[in-house]
Design a protein around this ligand. Structure first.
Ligand SMILES: NC(=O)c1ccc[n+]([C@@H]2O[C@H](COP(=O)([O-])OP(=O)(O)OC[C@H]3O[C@@H](n4cnc5c(N)ncnc54)[C@H](O)[C@@H]3O)[C@@H](O)[C@H]2O)c1
Length: 443
């Protein structure tokens, strides 16, 4: 794309397109978490001057000190970008007055009622609006329900009488980052972007194309919002299906893992998903409920989502039932037994415990009177039911426990030692595949 092909060649559009093309645009990122910090670093590496804005002073201080608190972002990269004055962070939204672009990467959790909690988007936009000015590009990246960008963000940013697509540009671009994934990171995950107007889409696409390998423009913000919800709903439902099949296979004495491995040899029309102790993380258990909330307003029940949510939510109970049966078969009760959890992060090789099924499993075991300990190479402390638990010594805990429960299959754990020294193992991830032993109970 060249400047001449601009859909709406207004003065603001031409100026911003030029600033983007020669990377003199001053870039802002609001929300410096798992999504915002990697994006900020990628844009700074591309040559932009990037300012991150966050509410948490300790995060801002660590970035300005050249440090990183996100596992996938090496501290050395932050350090060299800060040194080169291409990256800095602040808690002060007033810097937006001097910026040309702003990406919004704030959390979108659920309320207890499973309704969307839009408070972070709303408060970020309120602050941005105070300093938003003509010629700016704003892009919402937080996962949300279709319609958010046009119905919530646009009115807040066009308050000052500016016209979208002419005086400023607004897009939605779903963040697809997968923490802990060494192959696909911010730079090489294709970036979907949809604008409020064609000129907005074009500006957003030009912006990302400077730093990321592939940009996928779509026709509207709603399509871009829905793309993310399709992806995560697809995962949630398929995991729900395979979790239900795991419970069925358990009841009728079939090894689900062997079934999936054999089915996965089909070269077309099948994609393997694996059962586990339940859904975790900030996305898969949360995002589909943004969609079901939205469709409920339109009178459509999202039945697959509700059902998968129910099945996945039951998995920690199923795991505890397996622990209980395994102990009972050996003449012991859960009450008073020492149960050691291996891995509490919500997935392999990361340090994030948000919505981790380990929290539910530990809660349920404690409720039944078990003495619960854990080891996780990435998580030093864990708060469950108001109590702080500390990651315990791996070797000592293996032998001391009446039962070891593998919840998260971190690669750094020595599973040979687990198979050898643990008295009883409930393996929810088939980590000990191929090991034949009466003391291993698989999901
Ligand atoms: N973590 C992931 O793997 C992932 C992947 C894809 C999409 N997402 C989505 O991206 C969004 C961000 O997720 P995350 O994991 O980076 O969250 P996070 O909690 O790691 O980071 C969000 C940051 O935003 C800051 N923040 C909150 N409110 C703010 C405000 N009003 N102004 C400025 N900063 C504010 C927080 O202090 C925090 O540092 C969410 O919508 C999430 O669903 C996350």
């Amino acid at each position: 794309m060249t400047e001449n092909t601009l859909v709406a060649p207004t003065l603001w559009a031409s100026t911003l397109a030029n600033q983007i093309a020669n990377r003199t645009a001053r870039v802002g990122i609001v929300g410096l978490g798992y999504v915002g910090l990697p994006l900020a670093v990628e844009l700074a590496k591309a040559g932009f001057s990037v300012t991150g804005i966050d509410l948490i002073e300790s995060k801002v201080a660590r970035i300005n000190a050249g440090d990183s608190y996100v596992q996938d972002v090496p501290a050395a990269e932050v350090h060299s970008l800060v040194e080169a004055r291409r990256l800095r962070a602040t808690t002060d939204f007033a810097v937006i007055a001097d910026l040309d672009t702003i990406n919004i990467c704030v959390p979108t959790p659920l309320r207890k009622t499973k309704d969307p909690d839009m408070s972070c988007i709303m408060s970020a936009c309120r602050e941005i609006a105070k300093f938003f000015h003509p010629g700016m590009l704003a892009i919402l990246e937080s996962t949300t329900y279709p319609g958010t960008t046009d119905e919530v963000v646009l009115p807040m940013l066009s308050d000052s009488g500016m016209q979208v697509g002419r005086d400023f540009f607004l897009c939605f671009s779903p963040e697809r980052v997968d923490p802990g994934n060494a192959q696909f990171q911010t730079r090489n995950i294709p970036k979907v972007v949809g604008g409020v107007t064609p000129a907005c889409t074009e500006m957003g696409a030009r912006f990302y194309a400077q730093a990321l390998e592939k940009v996928v423009p779509v026709s509207s913000t709603q399509v871009a919002e829905m793309v993310k919800l399709l992806e995560n709903t697809f995962r949630m439902i398929n995991i729900g299906l395979v979790n239900e099949l795991a419970v069925m296979c358990d009841r009728i004495g079939i090894n689900i893992w062997e079934v999936i491995d054999a089915a996965a040899t089909k070269p077309f029309g099948f994609m393997p998903f694996y059962p586990g102790p339940g859904l975790g993380g900030h996305c898969i258990p949360v995002d589909p409920f943004y969609l079901s909330w939205k469709t409920r307003q339109a009178g459509v029940e999202a039945r697959f989502i509700e059902l998968a949510g129910y099945v996945n939510g039951h998995m920690p109970h199923f795991v505890v039932e397996k622990v209980q049966n395994a102990l009972n078969d050996r003449g012991r009760a859960v009450k008073g037994s020492r149960i050691h959890i291996l891995g509490v992060a919500y997935k392999r090789d990361i340090d994030d415990v948000r919505e981790s099924p380990a929290l539910d499993v530990i809660h349920l075991l404690k409720q039944r009177g078990a003495r619960v300990t854990f080891t996780d190479p990435y998580v030093p402390t864990l708060r469950v039911d108001g109590e702080d638990l500390f990651s315990a010594d791996f070797s000592e805990s293996l032998q001391a426990a009446d039962c070891v429960v593998i919840i998260t299959d971190h690669t750094a754990i020595n599973y040979q030692a687990v198979a050898r020294y643990a008295n009883l193992i409930v393996d929810t991830r088939n980590t000990l595949r191929g090991v034949v032993s009466d003391k291993i109970i698989r999901l």
